[in-house]
Every structure is written in C-alpha cells, then in structure tokens.
Design a protein around this ligand. Structure first.
Ligand SMILES: NC(=O)C1=CN([C@@H]2O[C@H](COP(=O)(O)OP(=O)(O)OC[C@H]3O[C@@H](n4cnc5c(N)ncnc54)[C@H](OP(=O)(O)O)[C@@H]3O)[C@@H](O)[C@H]2O)C=CC1
Ligand SMILES: CCCCCCCCCCCCCCCC(=O)OCC(=O)COP(=O)(O)O
Length: 359
C-alpha cells in the first residue's frame, strides 16, 4: 500500500519535518508507525467484536435461527413428500429429460406412477430402472405405462381410459411432454406451427379434459402444466413454441378458476433453460429436426433439481411457479412494466441472432 494514501486514516499524526534531507525519512517513519498503531487498533476492535459475539447471546441466537430455518425446511420437504405418498401421479413425456426426472423423484416419494410416452421400449426401461432402485425408505410402487402420441386426438381418449384403469383414479396429472422449435416466422411451414400447438397445447388440453370429470366426481385432483418462461415472454425465432406456451398458461389459468369450487388444484410451472434434449428434438421451419444441443440448454438447470421443484410445487399446492434465473425472471416484469424497452431488447436480440435459413 502507498503510505501517502494512509494520510486520511491518520487523523492524529503529528507532522514534524527533520532538518535537511532527513525530513522525508522522518515523515515516512512517523507515517508507518501510525499505520502500525491503526492496524493494531483495528485488529483489537475486531477481536473485541468477536469476543462480544461469542460470549453474549448473539452466536447461540444466530445458530438457533439457522437451526429453526433448517428444521422448518426439512419439515416442509417431508410434508411435501408425504403429500404424494401413495398418490396416483400421471406423467406425460416420461421417456426423457424433465419427465424422466419427475418419474424418479415422484417414485422415490412413494407415488403410484402412470408413465406416458410415445416410445414403449423407453417406458419399459424406465419402469425396470425404478423397480430396481432402492434408495428410499418410503414404500414404492411398480409404475404402469401407457403409450400414445399427444398429436393424435383419437389416441388421447383411449389413453385416458387406459390411465384410469391402472389405479381407478388420478390424483395428479403432470402435463410435461413438449417440443420446441427454431425458425423465422416468414420461412415456417404452417404445418410446423400446427404440430407444435398439437403437442404442447391441444394434446395436454385434450388429456386434461378427458381426466377432469373423474377428478370432479371425486372432488379431488391436481393438474400441473409444465409451461416455460416463454409462456410469459416471447423471444425471437421461437414463435410456435412461445405461442403454444402462452396458450398453455392462459388455458390452465382459466381452468384453475373454474375448478376451484370442485377442490381441484392447478399449477403452472414456468422453467427457464433445463439440461435436456429439448433443443436436440426441436423442429425447424421445414419440419426437420434441429438436432443441436444449444449452449443455453447445456448450461441450464439440472432436470433433477427442476423435478424436485415440481414435487415441492405440487406438495405446497402452488398456483404459478417460475423456476428461472434472474435475467429471465426480470424480463417477465420488464414485459409488463416497460414493454417498449422489452420489445427493443428482443428486436436487438433478433438482429444479432438472425442467420439466413438457420436460427
Ligand atoms: N429443456 C428446457 O430448457 C425447458 C423445457 N421446458 C418444458 O419441459 C417439458 C419437457 O421437455 P424436456 O424434458 O426439456 O425435453 P425432452 O425433449 O427431453 O423431452 C420431451 C418429452 O416429450 C415427449 N413428447 C414429445 N412429443 C410428443 C408427442 N407428440 N406425444 C407424446 N409425447 C411427446 C418426448 O417423448 P419422445 O421420447 O417420444 O420424443 C419426451 O419424453 C416440455 O414441455 C418443455 O417445453 C420448459 C422450459 C425449459
Ligand atoms: C431491468 C433488467 C431486466 C433485464 C432483462 C433483460 C432481458 C433478458 C432477456 C432474457 C430472455 C430470456 C429467454 C429465456 C428463455 C427460456 O428460458 O426459455 C425456456 C425454454 O423453454 C427453452 O426453450 P428453447 O427451445 O428456447 O431452448
């Protein structure tokens, strides 16, 4: 440290210049001496503060607060798990990514699972994996599997009947399956917009409608929609995906209001990026597979953490949950509070990201 910078910290230094050339040395000596005294005083003060903290009630109080908070969190976690123990939970898109992790987390919490997907072999493999897992003290149940494509409305009616036959009723429906999209609006075939809407919106809507009457009869049930932060804000080159997720948010918000009188819960979960195969499986403007692991996806949250957050949201009967980092979460507020700024940010993002025929 430059000793001259210490001058403001040495209010009591007395300056006396020595005779001739000795003046500077004397001054420097004085400054260093005062600096040492100040440092000693500061460490003495620090030691006294620490003594006070440890010898009085502050430290036990702090430790007590941390302990109570941890205990509260643990109790909440146990209560959450208890909520889904023996509950019949249906998960769509269970063959991959978030759906697969939800299957693991809900299975470990003791739920009776009905795993849905298009790939029967992948569902069977997951069932075998879950049956073999022993890392839980809770009694677990062998899952059922139901294979169907969400873009096929006829198949959904049959699948709903099959789902109801598994355990006789459904407690929790997790509409998780979905696909993403990359493309410019001007280049995108309308069939691609339809396919994304069929998978992400009409499929979950049809399945929910098919299972709802039995929930209403029992006056019990919980419908979860895995939406996206893109159900709250729209980003360039994701038109079909963002539209399908905005529609999802709107539909399930309406549903929540309508079924409250039947004691049915509705939770919309809006995650930011998650490390899954979503970008690999995304469709492009001409309907072909995008097939690229985007950096944003690769650096996203871990699907097991998001699955635990989904379980917590179900246990706490949350109505709307955003599971995203600070920037996307703030962007949601910006879209409402300063729309012009938000739109210009998105336009500049579009200018930067635009690549002819590839987004
Ligand atoms: N990953 C992310 O960054 C984010 C994901 N989400 C949402 O999370 C959900 C799960 O996606 P994620 O796990 O990330 O992606 P994955 O691609 O890993 O998994 C998607 C799942 O949906 C299934 N699926 C796709 N199309 C259909 C269909 N037509 N009929 C039935 N099942 C279908 C897939 O089945 P199959 O194996 O047969 O293809 C697969 O099981 C989606 O709704 C997505 O929008 C939300 C925010 C961020
Ligand atoms: C006052 C300060 C405000 C700062 C706001 C800055 C604006 C930042 C823009 C952020 C855009 C975030 C986009 C997030 C997208 C996202 O998380 O999507 C989740 C998905 O569903 C992923 O799907 P994809 O197919 O796009 O990978």
């Amino acid at each position: 440290m430059d000793p001259l910078n210490l001058v403001p910290y040495l209010p009591r230094a007395e300056w006396s210049l020595g005779p001739g050339d000795q003046g500077w040395l004397t001054m420097l000596g004085q400054v260093l001496k005062e600096y040492q005294t100040c440092t000693r005083r500061r460490s003495l003060l620090r030691a006294r503060v620490m003594d006070f903290v440890t010898s009085t009630a502050i430290l036990p109080l702090l430790l007590g607060c941390v302990g109570v908070c941890s205990l509260f969190k643990l109790l909440q976690w146990l209560r959450t798990r208890a909520c889904v123990r023996n509950a019949v939970v249906v998960i769509t898109g269970a063959t991959s990514g978030l759906g697969r992790e939800c299957a693991r987390v809900f299975h470990a919490a003791g739920a009776k699972l009905v795993l849905c997907g298009r790939n029967a072999e992948a569902l069977e493999e997951l069932t075998r994996e879950l049956a073999a897992s022993r890392a839980t003290k809770v009694q677990t149940h062998k899952p059922y599997t139901v294979t169907f494509d969400l873009t096929d409305p006829g198949a959904i009616v049959g699948a709903a009947a099959e789902i109801l036959q598994c355990f006789g009723y459904v407690d929790v429906l997790i509409n998780n399956a979905g696909i993403s999209y990359r493309g410019t609006i001007v280049d995108t075939n309308l069939d691609v917009d339809r396919r994304v809407m069929e998978t992400n919106y009409f499929g979950p809507v049809a399945l929910t409608k098919a299972l709802l009457p039995s929930m209403i009869r029992r006056r019990q049930g919980h419908v979860v929609a895995i939406s996206s932060i893109q159900g709250k804000i729209s980003v360039p080159f994701r038109s079909a995906y963002a539209a399908s997720k905005h529609a999802t948010q709107a539909f399930f918000d309406c549903l929540r209001a309508e079924v409250e009188r039947h004691d049915i819960e509705v939770t919309v979960v809006s995650p930011g990026y998650i490390q899954t195969s979503l970008s690999l499986n995304a469709v492009t403007a001409d309907g072909s597979k995008y097939g690229v692991m985007d950096e944003t996806t690769a650096q996203g949250r871990s699907p097991s953490q998001v699955a635990r957050d989904v379980l917590a949201a179900v246990g706490k009967k949350k109505k709307d949950v955003v599971l995203a980092d600070v920037a996307p979460s703030l962007a949601v507020y910006l879209r409402t509070l300063a729309p012009r700024l938000f739109f210009s940010l998105m336009a500049s993002r579009a200018r930067k990201e635009w690549k002819p025929k590839r987004c």
